[in-house]
Design a protein around this ligand. Structure first.
Ligand SMILES: [Zn+2]
Length: 528
């Protein structure tokens, strides 16, 4: 099913767009450039900005062809005349391509400065395409700036960059700027399908969809992935092939993972993480892909099932709808936040990456308990009237235990004295979130401790109790520090007196049902 070796060219090159009409997903740029060329108002310096593999240098070459085509300047270069053919091949004497990453010295740019003054040998314009221009040295930029200040009329500069903020403002301000977008998944998939049709190969659409998802808007990456996949499999390619080749997980893996998170099923969570890492994905791949999968679920919840970008199989679609409903918006947003902060933590301590991943996912499964506080407290800091029973999930968590429900164990020396907070009639100064924000600023260790061990808040008729986890080995000494205690007492988030208690967590049951979580969400709504 692979192409014969003698005609082999990597897909990204073989199917590279050759004209504006073939450029995918950058309509805004194509429109603006076409108008400029039509009206003969083409600038002398363009800065093409965007992520890798979305078509920046390809577009630069098309601009060069448009300017230098013997039938031009034209929006539709003929692709057959000597300039068109040579620009395509990279052999046109008047279109000079420079890789900023490897030619970043000041001498190279001085060379340009001198050469740019001489007239083009054959073509209408002498065009410099400088890729990765942000990699030039400071001196090289200075030399370039002199050229850009007074470019000869025949000269044109096309800069491409993934990192525009690394380019001096003096340079950027002399360029017209085009921002390239990541290419939409449907567009990537359509292009991959086109490549398969041209090559006479059949690849299941679910595989193309997974590649389109995994390339994160970069067409070149998608084409390379398809290329490698076809080169390494002899039979029909499958999602398993893709997973072992690229670390791109099968979509079902994410559904299983988030289902396990919804069910607080730690065993399945750990198995899914292990499975992902075993087939070659890294922890960072996991972060990227799980965020994408969660984003799909969030979109289903907020925008309806038609929001799913690349059409999944019908049974998976139904599964996604149900899972999105089970998880609910709050929980999905919360989990997404946890995964985002995981990314930077993995960067800081790569050796502990797997443990961090497991820890975060296990905590994500218990995120409901964090939201109980949000349900308990109104935004203005007042406490909702009717919440008097412990939230359902605590019952669900505790029910399978043979021992009695774990009791909150007061720790008087660490608790904030009741008389230190305003009387019930006093207006609250802060909401809970504001209090935590202020605490984070003023007492970071204290705030971090409360956040790390926070389980839930409960309201009785007379007080609000923040319940913290009494974890083994947890260092809670900061809560006993009198200075910290005073800081805590001076902030209030509830008109009722509040204090801290500790709870020894029960062993997490392996199989609480989805239904208990659903009823919990609905239950909270009904209470309002
Ligand atoms: Zn031509």
């Amino acid at each position: 099913m692979t192409s014969p070796a003698q005609s082999y060219r990597v897909f990204a090159r073989k199917y590279r767009p050759r004209s504006f009409a073939e450029v995918i997903g950058q309509d805004h740029i194509v429109r603006a450039l076409s108008a400029a060329i039509d009206k003969q108002r083409v600038g002398q310096a363009y800065m093409l900005i965007g992520p890798r593999g979305v078509g920046k240098t390809t577009t630069a070459r098309i601009i060069a062809k448009s300017m230098n085509c013997l039938n031009g300047p034209t929006v539709t270069p003929c692709l057959e005349c000597p300039p068109c053919v040579e620009i395509e091949r990279g052999s046109d004497m008047d279109v000079i391509e420079i890789d900023g990453a490897s030619n970043n010295g000041v001498d190279d740019v001085r060379g340009i400065r001198d050469a740019v003054q001489t007239h083009p040998i054959r073509d209408r314009r002498k065009i410099y395409i400088i890729d990765e221009v942000q990699r030039l040295s400071g001196q090289a930029f200075d030399a370039l700036l002199k050229t850009l200040e007074e470019p000869p009329a025949h000269a044109m500069f096309l800069f491409a960059t993934t990192d525009p903020h690394k380019i001096p403002e003096t340079i950027v301000s002399r360029c017209q700027i085009f921002e390239f977008r990541r290419i939409r998944e449907v567009d990537v998939q359509a292009k991959l399908q086109f490549v398969c049709d041209q090559e006479g190969v059949v690849v299941p659409s679910e595989v193309l969809a997974a590649i389109s998802r995994g390339c994160r808007g970069g067409m070149r990456d998608a084409e390379s992935m398809l290329d490698q996949l076809l080169a390494t499999s002899d039979d029909e390619v499958t999602l398993d092939d893709l997973e072992s080749l690229s670390g791109l997980a099968r979509p079902e893996r994410w559904l299983r993972l988030f289902e396990a998170i919804a069910n607080d099923d730690p065993r399945v969570i750990l198995l899914e993480i292990a499975g992902f890492l075993e087939v070659g994905g890294t922890e960072r791949d996991f972060v990227e892909q799980s965020v994408d999968a969660l984003r799909d679920l969030l979109h289903v919840a907020l925008l309806g099932e038609d929001s799913i970008g690349v059409e999944p199989a019908p049974e998976r679609k139904q599964q996604m709808v149900e899972l999105a409903r089970t998880l609910g918006r709050d929980r999905m947003e919360g989990i997404m936040g946890m995964i985002f902060s995981l990314e930077s933590r993995i960067q800081r301590s790569p050796l502990g990456a797997r443990a961090l991943l497991e820890y975060t996912m296990l905590r994500a499964a218990r995120i409901n308990q964090f939201f109980e506080l949000a349900n308990l407290l109104n935004n203005d800091g007042t406490v909702q009237a009717a919440v008097t029973t412990p939230p359902t999930s605590r019952i669900a968590v505790a029910a399978p235990q043979p021992t009695p429900t774990p009791k909150a164990v007061p720790k008087p020396e660490a608790a904030v004295p009741k008389d230190a907070v305003p009387a019930p009639a006093a207006a609250p100064k802060l909401t809970f979130n504001e209090m935590m924000a202020q605490l984070t600023k003023e007492r970071p260790t204290l705030a971090a401790t409360i956040k790390s061990y926070f389980i839930t808040a409960e309201k009785t008729a007379t007080e609000v109790v923040l319940i913290l986890r009494q974890a083994n080995g947890a260092d809670l000494s900061v809560l006993e520090d009198p200075v910290e205690q005073r800081a805590l007492r001076e902030l209030s988030f509830s008109p009722l007196p509040w204090r801290i208690e500790f709870e020894v967590p029960p062993i997490i049951p392996v199989n609480p049902t989805v239904e208990s979580l659903v009823s919990e969400f609905d239950g909270q709504q009904e209470i309002e």
